[in-house]
Design a protein around this ligand. Structure first.
Ligand code: SF4
Ligand code: F3S
Ligand code: FES
Length: 248
């Protein structure tokens, strides 16, 4: 079954741009990225779009479709009515380079600032050991494909550009949570999570978890437990005494 869909695509660059209307053929089973490719092939040869795997695994084809942050390669055209206009715009939280391509280097900068995994010494027999439950806990966060849809969605930076310096965003708060929960890691990242990566800015709206294509429970399994660990540290009497003594 084939039909003609109405597509509205943002075209422009850092200096400005606008939505442009197209009518494009759609075949059964196609996804939004197929239509964007057909648009490139038939009507807009210079349309800039970032993609790689077309399988929901590289995290490159993130965009906003009818205002919702989604992967273009995982959004079936069947999601929309045949008479519905499908609007595709670049991620709003990051600066536009051209058309649907944004500059996501904010995320790379935040990633580079997080203290790396630092394992304790190996056991006497040369092995590292950890419980299966700990492996499974961090495995959920390791599914992240770095599509940055959660970063794009979070209102702390989406609506407040000025917060970017102080707030790492949900993807990197769960990276901190993963490392902080890791039984082999010896670095305490709780103070940094609060003071350098802006954990306190998160008011648990859970929008990040709603858009994650990997189904990671960022808020319930990462951010809230990290907040609890930070509070435990702050109100632990021994930690408090230690910080008072250090301040003298
Ligand atoms: Fe994408 Fe989910 Fe990773 Fe965020 S946590 S970057 S939404 S895969
Ligand atoms: Fe933002 Fe997610 Fe917190 S959307 S406010 S990081 S729960
Ligand atoms: Fe790789 Fe969409 S092209 S996730």
């Amino acid at each position: 079954m084939t039909y003609d869909a109405r597509f509205r695509v943002w075209r422009g660059d850092a200096t400005g741009g606008d939505l442009q209307d197209f009518t494009v053929q759609v075949n059964e089973g196609e996804v939004v990225l197929d239509i964007i490719h057909r648009l490139q092939a038939t009507q807009a040869g210079d349309l800039a779009v970032r993609w790689n795997c077309k399988a929901g695994k590289c995290g490159s084809c993130s965009a906003e479709i009818n205002g919702r942050p989604r992967l273009m390669c995982m959004t079936r055209m069947g999601t929309f009515g045949e008479d519905e206009t499908v609007t595709v715009t670049p991620l709003r939280t990051f600066p536009v380079i051209r058309d649907l391509v944004t500059d996501v280097s904010y995320n790379y900068d935040k990633a580079a600032q997080i203290p790396a995994f630092t394992p304790r010494a190996r056991d006497g027999d040369g092995n590292h050991r950890m419980q299966q439950v700990d492996v499974e806990r961090s495995q959920e966060f390791r599914k992240c494909i770095e599509c940055y849809l959660c970063q794009d969605t979070c209102h702390v930076i989406r609506d407040h550009e000025g917060n970017k310096a102080a707030f790492a965003g949900p993807r990197f708060l769960i990276r901190l949570a993963e490392l902080d929960m890791h039984p082999l890691d010896v670095v305490d990242r709780r103070a940094a999570a609060q003071d350098e990566f802006g954990l306190g800015y998160c008011n648990i709206t859970k929008c990040c978890s709603e858009v994650c294509p990997e189904g990671i429970h960022l808020t319930d399994n990462g951010i809230i437990p990290l907040k609890e660990r930070v509070v435990d540290r702050r109100y632990d009497p021994l930690t408090w005494l230690g910080s008072v003594i250090r301040r003298r």
